[in-house]
Write a protein that binds this ligand. Structure first.
Ligand code: SF4
Length: 232
């Protein structure tokens, strides 16, 4: 508990806070709820269903991103999670390891989830991307690549059926909303995706590139809204 308190205070300091926000009780009082112990009966088959989606994806060559990839990055986390983060696509580290958000931006996302939100990344969330193979040189995925891969993202979301989806950055937000999203204007706003609440926020890589107190606070505020909807 003391270690959690220390981590949270360091996180607040890093995110530009000079006083402790009232939400500190929300973040620290309850023991961490893990979705594993609260799996609803309707979600019990989710691990198998998600595996079936991954099997269907197989050793995919549906778009040209297959040509330069090392590993397909399908997604990771709890198949029964109430919260799903959707990013853009794998980077170098993810392509090598086969898991999403394991590089520098991934560490930032983990910090946001664990220190900022008081959740456990593996137990309380599921994380995936709009394309499952690394775009060369980390360029944005192209429209045809997104449309080749999107059906699998939709199936993942359909199986997991979380309470909240968080789209990280413009490509993920635009893909889920089916329009070009000006992320700096629309971050922090609620939307809906197939009946699921959808929050838009900055991609952690953007946060690292523009590491201002303002941007960090903005993401923290967005995640507070998510926690409220999750009842945490
Ligand atoms: S990005 Fe998606 S559609 Fe394209 S090859 Fe990879 S898994 Fe297949």
């Amino acid at each position: 508990m003391l270690q959690e308190l220390k981590n949270y205070l360091l996180f607040l300091k890093d995110y530009g806070y000079t006083e402790i926000p009232q939400q500190i009780e929300l973040n620290l009082s309850p023991p961490k709820k893990t979705s594993k112990t609260h799996t609803s009966p309707s979600k019990q088959n989710n691990p198998d269903l998600l595996q079936a989606v991954q099997d269907e994806l197989g050793d995919c060559t549906r778009c040209k991103l297959s040509e330069g990839r090392n590993k397909i990055v399908f997604g990771s986390g709890n198949p029964n999670a109430d919260l799903v983060f959707v990013g853009e696509g794998p980077g170098k580290d993810e392509d090598e390891q086969g898991f999403p958000f394991v590089g520098r931006a991934g560490k930032k996302l983990t910090e946001i989830i664990e220190k900022g939100m008081g959740l456990n990344r593996e137990q309380d969330t599921y994380i995936c991307n709009i394309v499952k193979c690394r775009p060369p040189g980390n360029r944005d995925p192209e429209a045809e690549e997104i449309s080749a891969c999107k059906p699998f993202l939709l199936k993942q979301l359909e199986v997991i059926r979380p309470k909240v989806i968080v789209a990280l950055g413009k490509p993920a937000s635009s893909t889920l909303l089916g329009r070009s999203v000006p992320i700096t204007k629309e971050r922090g706003t609620w939307h809906e995706f197939e009946g699921i609440k959808l929050m838009l926020t900055f991609h952690p890589a953007y946060l690292l590139r523009f590491y201002t107190v303002e941007n960090r606070k903005a993401v923290h505020e967005d995640m507070k809204k998510v926690l409220e909807v999750l009842g945490k």
